[in-house]
Design a protein around this ligand. Structure first.
Ligand code: SAM
Length: 285
């Protein structure tokens, strides 16, 4: 059998050879299960028409899977110690480029333009826990031309991303994801398939970018969403008129009446569509 990077014995040898020790601060939990890696790549639905951006390749286990299925992979890794390791582990793949950079500061738009060769850009990543949610939000808000994002994150975060109104997991993250994408949780990944083993389980989420976004005052929309969920126990009459939202009670009352929404509802009862309608009514477009 050909040796593959995720095989524990091979991984141990590579890590030992380079004297590599895991950094908790960088969220380094490497996948050691070939089946899970293949399922993530399957979930990303890759072909030779795709240009894949990966964040945090680690030692290249997922990268290898992505390189096999797509035309080109650019992987952004922050840990300098992993760069020589990746050079070695991915030597057989001439369609992979590793960039030593902080993904929080990477200009992905420029990367797609300069390296994407007109291919269909997709993002696939086993994201570091500490910056996973922030990174996804950043990539969405930047409106990158990514067809889809297939990401592995903490199971609890995955649940919040795809939660429906009226559920305990539903919150501002769910509204943000629903605004920009059609999101789906693909499958749960047990903590036992990582090295070192994290304290929580993970899950893979597949987000397909919406090609048409509504014409709307987005700033007001997300101010309302944040205000609503910052005080999720309060009625929307009180939470959506909190100072940060900048909306007067009398105005909101009138808007809610026009929309036939009770002022006694809570933010968790409002769908993305409701938030959009409220925003439109307030801003008058
Ligand atoms: N892809 C590998 C796997 O699936 O086994 C490793 C995933 S590990 C959860 C997260 C990776 O992201 C690590 O390699 C870590 O060094 C890297 N990383 C952490 N913060 C980063 C950042 N801000 N920018 C780029 N890479 C980062």
């Amino acid at each position: 059998m050909t040796e593959r990077l995720y095989m524990p014995a091979y991984l141990s040898r590579v890590l030992e050879k380079h004297g590599f020790t895991f950094s908790k601060a960088l969220g380094q939990n490497f996948l050691i299960d070939g089946n899970v890696l293949r399922r993530i790549a399957d979930g990303a639905d890759l072909s030779k028409e795709d240009f894949v951006l990966e964040i945090g390749p680690g030692v290249g286990t997922l990268t290898e899977e992505l390189a096999i299925r797509s035309e080109k992979v650019v992987a952004v890794e922050l840990d300098r110690r992993l760069i020589p390791i990746l050079k070695e582990t991915l030597a057989a793949y001439d369609n992979v480029e590793v960039i030593h950079q902080d993904a929080m500061e990477t200009d992905f738009q420029e990367l797609i333009e300069s390296k994407g060769n007109g291919l269909r850009p997709k993002l696939v990543a086993n994201l570091p826990y500490n910056v996973g949610t922030v990174l996804v939000a950043k990539l969405l808000e930047e409106r990158l031309p990514l067809t889809s994002m297939t990401v592995l994150l903490q199971n609890e975060v995955a649940d919040r991303m795809v939660a429906e109104p009226g559920t305990k997991d539903y919150g501002s993250l769910s509204v943000l994801i629903a605004y920009y994408t059609k999101g789906k949780k693909l499958f749960k990944v047990p903590r036992t398939v990582f090295r070192p083993k994290p304290n929580v389980d993970s899950a893979v989420v597949h987000l397909v970018r919406k090609t048409h976004l509504p014409e709307i005052d987005e700033d007001l929309l997300f101010r309302l969403v944040r205000a609503g969920f910052n005080q999720r126990r309060k009625t929307i009459l009180n939470s959506l008129t909190a100072e940060e939202a900048g909306v007067e009670k009398a105005v909101l009352l009138e808007v809610l009446e026009r929309l036939n929404l009770s002022p006694k509802l809570r933010a968790e009862n409002l769908s993305l569509g409701d938030f959009i309608e409220i925003t439109r009514e307030i801003s008058g477009n």
